[in-house]
Design a protein around this ligand. Structure first.
Ligand SMILES: [Zn+2]
Length: 111
C-alpha cells in the first residue's frame, strides 16, 4: 500500500484488524450478498455439484470458493461454485491444484 501524504494521523494500529482479516471479512460479506442473489438461487435450483457433477436438492447445495478466501480467492461469480455438502467438506481449504495433487498422491498434502 502506498500513501502519498506523509502526515498520516497517528492512530493505534494494534487493535485494528490486519489487512488479511479485513479482506477476509469483506469477501465473506460479498459471499453472503451473492447467496441472496438470483444468480445463486438459480445455481442451487439447478442443483449440479461443480465437483462431482451430481444432482442435488437446493437445500443440499453449498457455496464454495474455488480458491478459498484464506488462500487469496475472491467472492466473485468467477470464483464461486455450487457444491454438494460432501464435496465441499472434502475440499476444505485446498486450491484446485492441491486437490489434484492430493487425489493423485492419495494422501493429504499442503504447501
Ligand atoms: Zn459433489
Amino acid at each position: 500500500m502506498k500513501t502519498r501524504s506523509g502526515k498520516s494521523t497517528r492512530r493505534r494500529i494494534d487493535d485494528r484488524p490486519t489487512a488479511d482479516e479485513e479482506i477476509f471479512r469483506i469477501e465473506k460479506a460479498k459471499a453472503r450478498k451473492l447467496r441472496k442473489s438470483p444468480w445463486w438461487s438459480q445455481k442451487i435450483q439447478e442443483g449440479i455439484c461443480h465437483y462431482c457433477g451430481g444432482k442435488f436438492k437446493p437445500e443440499e447445495m453449498t457455496m464454495d470458493h474455488i480458491v478459498p478466501i484464506s488462500r487469496g480467492g475472491k467472492s466473485g461469480k468467477g470464483n464461486i461454485v455450487a457444491a454438494c455438502k460432501t464435496c465441499n467438506s472434502k475440499k476444505k481449504y485446498y486450491t484446485p491444484a492441491e486437490i489434484i495433487l492430493r487425489d493423485d498422491m492419495g494422501k493429504d498434502i499442503t504447501f
